[in-house]
Design a protein around this ligand. Sequence first.
Ligand code: PHE
Length: 501
Amino acid sequence: MELSYQEKFTLIKLSEVGKTKFEELVKRAGLDQVAVMRAVLGLQSKGLAKLHEKSERVVRLTETGRKYAEIGLPEWRALAVLKERKKVTLDDLGDVLSEDELKPIVGLLRKEGWASVRKEDGKLVLEITEKGLNAEERPVDVALKLLTEKGTVPLGEIEGLIPVKELKRRKIAEEDSVTERFVEITPEGAELVKGGIELKEEVSNLTPELIKSGKWREVEFKRFNISAPVRRIYPGKKQPYRAFLDKIRRRLIEMGFIEMTVKSLIETQFWNFDALFQPQNHPARDWTDTYQLKYPKSGHLPVEELVASVKAAHEHGGDTGSRGWGYVWSPERAMLLMPRAHGTALSGRQLARGVEIPGKYFTIQRVFRPDVLDRTHLIEFNQVDGFVVGEDLNFRNLLGILKRFAVEIAGAKKVKFLPDYYPFTEPSVQMSAYHPELGWVEFGGAGIFREEMTKALRVDVPVIAWGIGIDRLAMFKLGIDDIRYLFSYDLRWLREARLVW
Ligand SMILES: N[C@@H](Cc1ccccc1)C(=O)O
């Protein structure tokens, strides 16, 4: 039979007395109460000891009782005055008795036969009797003394002196019940101790000293009870949405994508729109509403050569064979600053800077667009944008990659593509994924960048590109149906949100 060190120790201590109050055993063992209780329960489950509980009716001294014990019962205080003056009025007793005590005092003294009562000039007068002069200790005095000494006394013991209801009526004491615990060794337990128990200190930490000295060979290691219930602990961890984004970044890097980064959240219209062949006169630059910066209003344009080729593409198609948009392109307009409205701005920057061919690029960007907040819309959200560039890429490759993203990264079960329009892609698609509660949720756009865009940025091979509203996919993965929850302070959610992957 496996016994812990404390169980063995407690059993040995218990065997010295056989049966004892639990508190006594605690004292004997010199351990703390919780440890002894755990040991006793352990011993009990192994049939080596028994824990009994006995409830007992007791009488307990009240606050009033304690006061009487100190200053004397009212009848004794009154008698002291009577002894001194022989004859007193009720007013005379006011010095030694409270108002509450004064009311019943006449009855009390009379009942004891300690005083006689008369009316003189319409006033009550008390006169001490023979019995009063020789007054002796009564049962109530004995009971009070006993209670004062012990605090609580078994009901039976008090009843042997005086009916408890008497004490209760005088508010000296009250009834209560207490539970006493006894521990008793069983014959099996006694047997085991007789046979000899080897008491080895248990070690719960393996230290370098134990290893070096070789002492680990001698000591006993404490066993862990891995099924014991424990308190829940909440270790620090990444905010769930942050963790999700970090995982996506890792996935993409593992897939061979190069990350495009930029420090600022602010962009010139040139990179947000113009470099992507989005015409300046386009109403509201239609596919999305955007914010504008009030101060500073304008930023800088890139090198002249690049500006010139973008301008040419807009005005007459440059050398692409396209006729362009056919208007006069304004550099001032292109310099205006705005909070970045889509991650695609970074794709444009990267193409202009130069890319590996074949190559794969991505970025995770915070973007800003006016919208009405609801469970699927935020005005500030995150996009994963990316593109793949290579000689023989086609539209099918694009759809394949997108589907893989939605299914693998976001855990969407079903994905569908619909034709769409973006000024910078041709053809263009829109992607939706199926959410069990929200139904079909649009999560991004994609397409093949138009030559008017890529050629102006001096890339002469096909570029397939996409922009994904990653927050919406995060909803799928984290199992939430309100996008605002991604940024919630709700501690319960933060603690218990699903771990992704
Ligand atoms: N930038 C587009 C998505 C997109 C990216 C790349 C190509 C096509 C579309 C948007 O934010 O909605």
